[in-house]
Design a protein around this ligand. Sequence first.
Ligand SMILES: [Zn+2]
Length: 128
Amino acid sequence: MSFADSKNLETVFFAVWTLVFAGLLIFWQVASPEARRKAQPYAVTFTGLVVLLFAWLQDGDRGFFFTLVPVVIIVGLNIIALKTCRRCGAATRINIILPTVKSCAHCGHELESAQHKPAGGDRTRPVP
Ligand SMILES: [Zn+2]
C-alpha cells in the first residue's frame, strides 16, 4: 500500500490522535456527569477502532489481526472495570478480582444504585 509507505500516514496519525485526544478532553471538561457516564463506553470503543484502523493502514490484515485481540481485551476491561459517578462524573476503576467498589473514590456517591443494600450505616459521605 503506497499510502502506508508515505510520510502522509505519520501526519494523518498525529493529526487524528491530536483531534481525538483534544475532543475527548474538551468533552470530559464540559459534559454533565450523566453524559460522561453514557459516553464512556462509546469513547473507549471509538478509540479502539482508531487504533485498529491505523494498525490496518500500517500493515494491512496482518497488522489488524495482530492488534485485534489486545484492543478487544483493553476496550472490554475499560467498559467493565471503569464506572463513572452519576453525581460528580469522576471515573472510578473497579478491581475485578477483589470485591468491587460501591462508591465514587472522588465524592463518595454510590456508583450502582440498584445493588445498594444499606448495612451498618451510611456509605456516602457529605461533599466538602
Ligand atoms: Zn462522585
